[in-house]
Design a binder for this molecule. Structure first.
Ligand code: NDP
Ligand code: X2W
Length: 342
């Protein structure tokens, strides 16, 4: 049966990526799209790359009739999302792409987002959306919280290593390069082409990036004790893609084996042969994650490199993977697109 889908925030980057992916999904049909400043416009006016599709016009959220909607994707800014979702029908299935429902602990939310959560009961209800590690909970969930894109990249590299007990938990360093579309589509001065092309810089350094809240929550849960990693993202002049270089202490071969074993049966996770390292250009536009491991000249040190597309596996692709589970569909439906190369 075809499922009726609404996309809130369809005039943004992740919203447009949802439309691109759902356009060829065998069991999803888009029945409503929302914009804020762009409400009233046709999607083809906002995004000429989608003009071959027959899509509903962008509406304000309060103009949408949710009675015939089976699932809504919510691709809105943080804070706006919790207000909007609080006002939606309580039986509507929702995949939220914002940060609003990722952290379980209200105090942690306040620490990383600077103000108290306005919908703590929904925060409790939400399931964390890192599909390969929360599959069973996601299947039965009404509200799923998509992960941060940086947070997903780091976790794919590190979670199996904590699970297998092959690394020193007190010495994990994530050095990450992030593509510009990760910052969203709204105009920001520091995202002007002239100011970010031909250069790269660290941001949210010194252990201040809000995705550390997700790393703390998830790694400590697996380890059964507090685990804190060092994490520095760098804004990199590419449109899509994230590359995380994760430096760990552990036997490199054991590190590689732990990742290869854990992801052996996963459709979207590819562990490269030992010594081979991945590139963002091999996963662009796709839902795949590539992971490579190499040893260091210093014995007992390993480098794990993970790459994914922030707009696909890092947000909208992951969201569709989770929606497939929530709707009882094939988990990979609509997501087997090959990467765009070169
Ligand atoms: N970009 C990425 O790689 C990732 C993003 N995310 C998260 O996903 C969410 C969407 O991100 P992204 O697509 O990049 O963001 P964009 O800035 O590109 O888009 C935001 C969307 O929200 C709409 N919007 C903004 N303010 C309001 C409001 N007050 N009421 C209703 N609608 C509003 C905008 O409408 P309009 O333009 O018409 O005003 C637009 O459709 C964010 O929470 C982001 O943090 C998560 C993982 C990765
Ligand atoms: C380049 C850039 O700015 N990237 C964003 C990541 C966006 C993302 O995953 O997430 P949220 O949903 O948590 O905003 C950042 O590092 O803050």
């Amino acid at each position: 049966m075809v499922q009726n889908i609404a996309i809130l925030g369809a005039s943004g980057y992740t919203g447009a990526e949802l439309v691109r992916l759902i356009a060829t999904h065998p069991s999803m049909r888009i029945v409503a799209l929302s914009g804020d400043r762009k409400a009233g416009m046709a999607m083809s006016e906002v995004f000429p790359f989608l003009r071959h599709l027959d899509l509903p016009r962008l509406q304000k959220i309060d103009e949408i009739n949710f009675s015939n909607v089976d699932l809504a994707f919510c691709a809105l800014p943080h804070a706006t999302s919790q207000e909007v979702i609080s006002a939606l029908p309580r039986d509507l299935k929702i995949v939220d792409l914002s940060a609003d429902f990722r952290l379980r602990d209200p105090a942690a939310y306040e620490t990383w987002y600077g103000k108290p959560h306005s919908a703590p009961e929904l925060q409790k209800e939400a399931v964390y959306g890192l599909t390969e590690f929360y599959r069973d909970e996601i299947r039965g969930a009404r509200l799923v919280a998509g992960t941060g894109c940086n947070a997903a990249t780091g976790q794919y590299a590190i979670r199996p290593l904590i699970e297998a007990g092959v690394i020193d938990l007190d010495d994990i360093l994530i050095d990450l390069k992030a593509g510009v579309s990760g910052a969203g589509r709204s105009l920001k001065e520091n995202l002007l082409h002239a100011e970010l092309s031909e250069g790269t810089h660290a941001y949210s350094a010194g252990g201040t990036h809000r995705h550390l809240g997700e790393f703390d929550q998830e790694f400590s849960k697996i380890a059964g004790r507090p685990v804190q990693v060092r994490f520095t993202p760098h804004l990199t002049p590419m449109n899509r893609g994230i590359l995380a270089s994760v430096h760990v202490k552990g036997d490199p071969q054991a590190v590689h084996r732990a990742l290869a074993d854990r992801y052996l049966t996963e459709t979207f996770l590819e562990v490269l042969p030992f010594g081979a390292l991945p590139s963002t250009r091999d996963i662009r536009g796709s839902n795949y994650v590539h992971i490579g491991v190499i040893g260091d000249r210093i014995p007992g040190c390993a480098l794990v490199v993970a790459v994914l597309d922030n707009l696909c596996k890092g947000s909208s692709g992951q969201a569709i993977q989770n929606a497939n589970l929530m709707l009882g569909l094939d988990e990979a439906a609509g997501l087997r697109l090959a990467p765009v190369f070169p």
